[in-house]
Design a protein around this ligand. Structure first.
Ligand SMILES: CC(C)(COP(=O)(O)OP(=O)(O)OC[C@H]1O[C@@H](n2cnc3c(N)ncnc32)[C@H](O)[C@@H]1OP(=O)(O)O)[C@@H](O)C(=O)NCCC(=O)NCCS
Length: 184
């Protein structure tokens, strides 16, 4: 079956990355992210710095898509007051804090063959659900450093991620968040 034929998330298995995967053919179109999966992801996992999960055909250990996640916090202490106030408004006054518990999506990628198929929307829906279901400790936000290029920014906007601040507008990456309370 071609990769296009298996481009539905429900036809795939999800497994944590381990050394039984054949990563050699994986290509998501961005060298840095492809190389992260091939060269670094397993070490990040061994060092407990980020866990990587792979969607793959049920009968084949070859990645169709992957995401890496880690615990983090969103620090709003040092952002301008107007932006901090805007963010804080989502909580009652007496619950406002400087560091909001978060899960960070460190990296994600989908193979070129199934980009533009809608699969990436299902992938992000899955990551959001996974983030609220897999927790022993509280987590309010999903956060990430989005590559500041139209493809990535539009993708995260379309998946309801928002910018925290304007001051990173010209930076290589922009901090974006999704409020997991929206899934309750
Ligand atoms: C980012 C990624 C997961 C998105 O998956 P995709 O299948 O390409 O995305 P889709 O085609 O479903 O598009 C989703 C939205 O992204 C935006 N988008 C996609 N391609 C785009 C492009 N070339 N230019 C501008 N916006 C684009 C659009 O807003 C699109 O919305 P639409 O469905 O209304 O057109 C995928 O491109 C990928 O793996 N890229 C390489 C790795 C990467 O960049 N990871 C993210 C790091 S921050």
């Amino acid at each position: 079956m071609s990769e296009k034929g298996i481009a539905s998330i429900s036809n795939l298995s999800l497994s944590p990355l381990d050394d039984s995967f054949d990563l050699s053919e994986f290509d998501c179109g961005r060298k840095d992210i492809t190389e992260f999966l091939k060269d670094d992801a397993l070490n990040y996992q061994k060092e407990k710095l980020a866990n990587t999960y792979i969607f793959h055909p049920k009968d084949k250990k070859t990645p169709v898509a992957f995401f890496s996640i880690l615990n983090d916090a969103l620090n709003v202490k040092n952002i301008p007051n107007n932006e901090k106030n805007k963010f804080n408004r989502r909580l009652p006054n007496n619950k406002r804090i400087n560091h909001y518990p978060a899960i960070k999506v460190g990296r994600l990628g989908v193979i070129l063959d199934i980009q533009k198929s809608g699969f990436a929307y299902d992938l992000m829906d899955f990551i959001k659900g996974f983030s609220i279901m897999n927790l022993n400790s509280a987590c309010r936000l999903l956060i990430l450093d989005a590559i500041n290029e139209p493809k990535q920014i539009n993708y995260y906007n379309k998946n309801d991620f928002a910018f925290l601040m304007e001051s990173d507008k010209e930076s290589k990456t922009r901090l974006m968040y999704f409020d997991l309370i929206n899934l309750n």
